[in-house]
Design a protein around this ligand. Structure first.
Ligand SMILES: *Cc1c(COP(=O)(O)O)cnc(C)c1O
Length: 455
C-alpha cells in the first residue's frame, strides 16, 4: 500500500446524506436580517427568490439531510471523485509530510460547483420553476449551473463579471454549449446594472454587482428563481459529499489528517471538505488544524470585519453576519475570479470567529508559483482559485520538513485550470502583478456598512 497513488471508492459508497454542521455548532449562527426592518427574516421573506425546498435546507437543523434519488443518480455520473496521494510533490519538496488531495476537477465541468448546482436545479424543478437567473465570476458556477439546467430542462440566464467575461472566453462558450444565455455584468438589462454603469462605465464588475443583477431579475419575474453558487448554508451543505468521501478514502490509506486545507471565495468547497472532519473537534475531541486560504487582494477572513452586511453590491439581499470587506468593495482583477467576493459564508465566518478555522492570505504570484510547481510534480493543472490551497499545502509541507515532522496534509483541489491557461501564459510572460492590499479602498467600503446593532 505504501506507494499507492489514488484511493477510489465505488458508486455504492457515495454519501446518501449531506452533513449539516448547523446541528453541531458551539452556538447558533446569528439570523439573517431584513434590510428594511432590521428584524430576523422568515422563510416567507426568501420565497420570491428561492423554491421552498432550498429555503428549508437553508434553515435545516437536522444533522443529516437525505440526498434525493434524482440528485444521487446525477452524482453517480462523476462521483466518487478520486483522492490522490501527492507522491510527486512530496519528492519535489523533499518533505516527510504525506500530502493528499481530493480532486474535484474530475467532474463534467471541472470543479466542485456541480455538486450544489445539481441539487439546486432539482429542487427548483420539483416546484415547477421554469427559469433561473444567476451570477458567475470566472464562469465555474455559471457552467456548473448551465450543465444542471440542461439536465433538468430549465432555462438559465447568467450575469458574468465583466473582467472574467473578457479574460475567460472559453467558460462563456461552455455555458453556451449547455444552452445558457450569458451577458457581461454590469449589463444594461437590469436597473442595478444600469446604475453601476452610469457611475463607472469602465468598471470591471464584481460578484457583488452580478448578484444584484441576478437577484433583481429573479425578483421581477414570476417564472424565475435565483440561485447562488456559494456562501449560503444550503450550498455548503451540498458540498459535504466531498469531505465524507475523503474521510472514507483516507481510512483506506490508513491515515488521519493533521491539517485540512482549502481555498475560500465564498467558502463552499472548503466547507465541503472540512465540515465532515470537524464533527469530532466540535464535540471537544482532538482533531486536525483547519486552514482557509484566500487572496491577499480580497482578504475577507484575514482583514474583513465580522458584522452584518449585504450579500450584493446594490443592497437587495438580506443582511447576513459574516466577514466582509464592505459590499461596495470591488476587488482587483486577479485571475482567481471565483475568489473575488467581498464577503464569506456566515458558517465559515462563525467558525473562524470561534477559532476553529485559521486563515491565510496569499499574493497572486506566490499562488502561481505553487500552481506551476504542483503541475510539474503531479501533472494536474490547478484552477487559479484552487492554487491558493496548493500554496498553503506546500507551505505546510515545507514547515513539516523544517520541523522534521511527518505531518498528514489534506487539501481540496477544487478544480482544474485547463480553461485558465491564458492566466498561466500571462504568468510566464511576467505580466501578472501582485496587487497591494487595497487598504484605502477597503476602509472606504467599510464606511458604507449598514447600521445594525450587533450585540
Ligand atoms: C468558485 C470556485 C472557488 C471558490 O468558491 P468557494 O465557494 O469558496 O468554493 C474555488 N475553486 C474553484 C475551482 C471554483 O470554481
Amino acid at each position: 500500500m505504501a506507494n499507492q497513488y489514488k484511493y477510489m471508492l465505488d458508486e455504492s459508497q457515495i454519501p446518501t446524506h449531506w452533513y449539516n454542521i448547523a446541528a453541531d455548532l458551539p452556538k447558533p449562527p446569528p439570523p439573517p436580517l431584513h434590510p428594511g426592518t432590521g428584524q430576523p427574516i422568515g422563510p416567507q421573506d426568501l420565497a420570491p427568490l428561492f423554491p421552498m425546498g432550498v429555503i428549508l435546507q437553508e434553515v435545516a437543523t437536522d444533522r443529516f439531510v437525505e440526498i434525493p434519488e434524482p440528485v444521487s443518480e446525477a452524482y453517480r455520473q462523476y462521483r466518487p471523485t478520486p483522492l490522490f496521494r501527492a507522491h510527486g510533490l512530496e519528492r519535489a519538496l523533499q518533505t516527510p509530510a504525506h500530502i493528499y488531495y481530493k480532486y474535484e476537477g474530475a467532474t463534467p465541468v471541472g470543479s466542485h460547483k456541480v455538486n450544489s448546482a445539481i441539487a439546486q436545479v432539482y429542487l427548483n424543478k420539483q416546484e415547477g420553476v421554469r427559469r433561473i437567473a444567476t451570477e458567475t465570476g470566472a464562469g465555474q458556477w455559471g457552467s456548473a449551473l448551465a450543465y444542471a439546467c440542461q439536465m433538468f430542462g430549465i432555462e438559465l440566464k447568467v450575469y458574468m463579471v465583466r473582467v472574467s467575461y473578457e479574460q475567460k472566453p472559453y467558460r462563456k462558450a461552455l455555458m453556451r454549449v449547455y444552452g445558457a444565455e450569458v451577458v457581461p455584468s454590469p449589463s444594461p438589462d437590469t436597473q442595478s446594472g444600469r446604475r453601476v454603469l452610469a457611475e463607472d462605465p469602465e468598471t470591471r464588475g464584481s460578484l457583488g454587482i452580478a448578484i444584484s443583477e441576478a437577484v433583481e431579475d429573479a425578483a421581477g419575474r414570476e417564472d424565475t428563481k435565483y440561485s447562488l453558487g456559494s456562501v449560503l448554508n444550503h450550498v455548503l451543505l451540498h458540498q459535504t459529499v466531498i469531505g465524507q468521501e475523503a474521510m472514507k478514502q483516507l481510512e483506506l490509506a490508513g491515515e488521519a489528517p493533521d491539517v485540512v486545507i482549502g481555498c475560500v471565495g465564498g467558502g463552499s468547497n472548503y466547507a465541503g471538505l472540512a465540515f465532515p472532519f470537524m464533527q469530532g473537534k466540535l464535540r471537544g475531541e482532538r482533531g486536525p488544524r483547519f486552514i482557509a486560504a484566500e487572496p491577499a487582494s480580497c482578504p475577507s477572513l484575514t482583514k474583513g470585519l465580522y458584522t452584518y452586511d449585504f450579500g450584493d453590491t446594490v443592497g437587495l439581499t438580506p443582511l447576513v453576519r459574516m466577514h466582509t470587506l464592505g459590499h461596495s468593495f470591488v476587488p482587483p482583477g486577479i485571475h482567481a475570479g471565483g475568489l473575488r467576493y467581498h464577503g464569506m459564508a456566515p458558517l465559515m465566518s462563525l467558525l473562524h470567529e470561534e477559532g476553529l478555522v485559521e486563515a491565510v492570505a496569499h499574493p497572486q504570484l506566490r499562488v502561481f508559483d505553487a500552481a506551476v510547481q504542483f503541475a510539474r510534480a503531479e501533472g494536474i493543472v490547478p484552477a487559479p482559485e484552487s492554487a491558493h490551497a496548493v500554496r498553503s499545502a506546500i507551505d505546510e509541507a515545507i514547515a513539516a520538513r523544517e520541523a522534521g515532522e511527518r505531518r498528514v496534509i489534506l487539501f481540496n483541489l477544487s478544480g482544474h485550470g485547463l480553461l485558465d491557461l491564458g492566466a498561466y501564459e500571462q504568468y510566464f510572460a511576467g505580466e501578472l502583478e501582485d496587487y497591494e492590499y487595497p487598504a484605502e479602498r477597503i476602509a472606504e467600503a467599510l464606511k458604507g456598512l449598514p447600521q445594525v446593532a450587533t450585540a
